[in-house]
Design a protein. Structure first.
Length: 400
């Protein structure tokens, strides 16, 4: 098999969704992607008519995010009409799966230049706006044992015996690390501002980070869900010894709700040479899997195990980890499961402080991982995301 090389990674700032309108609430999803397509072409001197495909993740493909955003966003950005596009959905894992599928096409030798990434405008197309059968159809919801992600997070925390203080420490670390990284300029290489039609800057920095967050402030927050004393019927049926649940997760230990977009350029070795593209890393391996759908936020652990079994690597071989902070318990459980040192995990913050723009998150994690591996002169990094109904995806990248 051929190698899939990572040439470049770009993203827009992750900006908080607000009731009174966030910084990017006025910007259409296709317009969130426009500056990324344009910068990717300009700074890599890229002949866009040679791009074989565009694969984007988007978790809520309805309204302005419907009708195959990958194709439409590229046309909207002025790219050549010869470039096709594909938009996929694996819940929160969508962007990482887009990256993995792009690498697969290149590694198989059928395509040689592919753009991957994702987008989610949660300001304009809220989560659950697609009214999917999983949660909106009572018969389907009952048959598939649907629970809200925050309920799954509390279930995981209860079963693991985590305390609110432990969960809140994850949040504190996330905000402190992200604030330091932002202040020090660690994000600048990949961060592309979003401007209005007249050139006015709408967003040029991640604005969900709370550098003044402290333990007292987090301790005062109310739980996302107050679980009934008699227990949740789905939890009672599936995990009877963990019902009723203790309410543990709050808005402070949940992923921030933000708008975002990300793109990554991949190429085969021959195409990189032909176009004088400068590879930064290779996408070495990936895995995806499904897990028990009620507890939900453990699929990335099974995916990582699958990858280790396939490659012969071990957690000790991975220098840095980007584990999406899909609620604090999912990060603690992943770290505990693989025996990871905290100082190798989410070293510049993650979704609790930076935000989780669903389809865009995979590209955000992979780009952050690549930038930090380069900054620290390290070799291997893994991005991991759990998703709805128990899916999970991981991606292993290796610097050249």
């Amino acid at each position: 098999m051929l190698e899939a090389l990572i040439i470049d990674a770009v993203r827009i700032p992750r900006t908080r969704v607000r009731k009174d309108g966030g910084r990017l609430a006025s910007v259409k999803p296709v317009a969130l992607l426009k500056p990324l397509f344009q910068v990717l072409a300009v700074r890599n001197d890229l002949p866009v008519n040679q791009v074989d495909d565009i694969i984007l993740g988007c978790a809520t493909q309805v309204g302005e995010q419907g009708t195959n955003l990958a194709r439409l966003a590229a046309l909207y950005a002025g790219w050549d009409h010869a470039v096709p596009g594909l938009t996929l959905n694996r819940f929160c894992c969508s962007g990482l799966d887009a990256l993995n599928l792009a690498a697969s096409k290149i590694a198989a030798g059928f395509e040689h230049l592919v753009v991957a990434g994702g987008v989610e405008s949660l300001s304009r197309v809220p989560m659950f706006a697609d009214k999917g059968a999983w949660f909106a159809d009572p018969e389907v919801a009952e048959a598939t044992r649907f629970v809200h992600m925050a309920v799954a997070a509390d279930l995981l925390a209860n079963r693991k015996g985590y305390t609110r203080k432990q969960l809140e420490q994850v949040a504190l670390n996330s905000h402190r690390r992200a604030a330091h990284a932002r202040a020090t300029g660690y994000f600048q290489h990949s961060l592309i501002p979003v401007t209005d039609v007249d050139g006015t800057i709408l967003a040029d920095r991640d604005d969900a980070i709370r550098q003044d967050t402290d333990a007292d402030a987090l301790a005062k927050l109310k739980p996302v869900f107050q679980h009934p004393p008699q227990g949740d019927p789905v939890i009672e049926q599936t995990y009877p010894h963990t019902s009723p649940l203790q309410s543990l997760h709050t808005a402070g230990t949940a992923p921030a709700i933000v708008d975002g977009a990300s793109l990554i350029l991949l190429a085969s070795p021959n195409k990189a040479r032909d176009l004088n593209l400068k590879p930064r890393a290779r996408l070495k391996a990936f895995a995806n899997t499904g897990g028990e759908p009620v507890i939900m936020l453990t699929g990335h652990m099974r995916a990582a195990e699958k990858l280790f079994n396939a490659t012969g690597l071990t957690p000790a071989d991975i220098d840095l980890w980007e584990i999406n902070e899909s609620f604090a318990a999912s990060v603690l459980a992943f770290r505990e499961h693989f025996g990871l040192d905290d100082d190798r995990v989410n070293v510049n913050g993650s979704a609790i402080s930076m935000g989780h723009p669903l389809g865009a998150t995979g590209g955000n994690l992979a780009g952050a991982l690549l930038d930090e591996l380069e900054r620290r002169d390290l070799k291997r990094g893994m991005a991991a995301i759990p998703g709805g109904a128990g899916v999970g995806t991981v991606t292993l990248i290796e610097r050249l």
